[in-house]
Design a binder for this molecule. Structure first.
Ligand SMILES: [Zn+2]
Length: 334
């Protein structure tokens, strides 16, 4: 095959790849699948006929092959459960996705991010327009996943231009919102060897409020935890998992200085004071889900899931004297 013909084959395949990806028929990996099949097929054609690029009949045949490959590759795309991502500006967008509600596999490569999604129980009202207050580093992409609403309809409902920046505390209308679901991105990172559990030692709370509080206390980057699990106060659902900017940016925590845990542990805080109360069932369910997801993905053994006060050198009773460890240990043993 001549260099010119090889180039023609690659150009033809790349064109189809970009058309499929940009048209939102397929996401990046699906379109890449088409590209690979198409490139191999057209390369084979050109190898058989060195005059391929100058022959009109061969061009028609190539066009038919393009259509056939696209149809075949559509089947390939259906094996992946995620929808396409057309906007690559948001860094937390995954390069590869995992099936909804199923823990992602241990990270296979240094550049693969997975997203796990799971319904938050139970939201009695669905398919209605709600108002959402933007938490730290929340994006339209994330809101779209959380409420299963297209990004376009969120932009439209709020008179925003596509890609326009949103701000912490901004109130956004979410049209036709479905029951909220957890959206947890999993990033390949060897840093995470422990998980440290906390309580907020307050009756009410949410990520935005704790973010402001930690800022005021001089914590660099605000909210010191990686995840906050709400108790149904301040507009958050009972059991709602809020993802901190520290997690999205994969930064070390500011939640447990003892034992160097800030550098090597994932910090999860449950809203509540568990010296006096117990976590709600919804909080425990969400915590169990999150622990299973994180321990599986980062291969963290149950013995490395600890309370803040269990870390050597930490002088605290966090996450509270009434924290139900037997329930958590039972969940980790599964
Ligand atoms: Zn703590």
């Amino acid at each position: 095959m001549t260099r010119e013909n090889a180039f023609a084959s690659q150009t033809l395949s790349l064109n189809v790849y970009f058309i499929l990806e940009k048209s939102k028929w397929m996401n990046h990996s699906e379109a890449a699948c088409v590209f690979n099949g198409l490139f191999l097929t057209s390369t084979g054609m050109i190898s058989m006929n060195s005059h391929f690029v100058h022959d009109r009949r061969a061009k028609v045949l190539a066009l038919l092959l393009v259509i056939a490959c696209a149809v075949l590759a559509n089947g390939c795309g259906k094996s992946q459960l995620h929808t396409g991502y057309s906007d690559a500006r948001v860094s937390e967008r995954p390069t590869q996705s995992s099936p909804r509600g199923i823990a992602a596999r241990p990270f296979p490569s240094a550049h693969t991010t997975a997203v796990a999604e799971c319904p938050v129980p139970p939201d009695p009202v669905s398919h209605r327009t709600i108002t959402h207050e933007v938490a730290p580093l929340e994006t339209i992409w994330r809101l779209s996943r959380m409420y299963d609403v297209s990004e376009e309809s969120i932009y439209l409902a709020n008179n925003l231009k596509p890609g326009e920046t949103i701000h912490i505390g901004q109130k956004l209308l979410i049209p036709h919102a479905r029951p909220l679901r957890h959206v947890i991105s999993l990033y390949p990172n060897e840093r995470w060897q422990y998980i440290i559990l906390h309580h907020t030692a307050s009756d009410i709370g949410k990520a935005l409020l704790i973010n402001n509080y930690h800022h005021d206390r001089g914590f660099w980057n605000g909210l010191g935890y990686h995840f906050v699990i709400g108790n149904g106060t301040l507009g958050k659902l009972d059991g709602q998992i809020e993802v901190s900017p520290r997690w999205i940016k994969q930064l070390q925590g500011a939640h447990c200085k003892a034992g160097g845990m800030n550098e090597k542990s994932i910090g999860i805080a449950l809203v509540g004071n568990f010296n006096e109360d117990l976590p709600t069932q919804a909080q425990l369910d969400s915590l169990s889900y999150l622990l299973k997801l994180l321990t599986d993905y980062y291969r963290i053994p149950p013995s490395r899931v600890m309370g803040h006060g269990d870390v050597q050198g930490a002088r605290t009773d966090c996450p509270g004297t009434r924290f139900p460890w037997p329930v958590i240990r039972q969940c980790l043993a599964r």
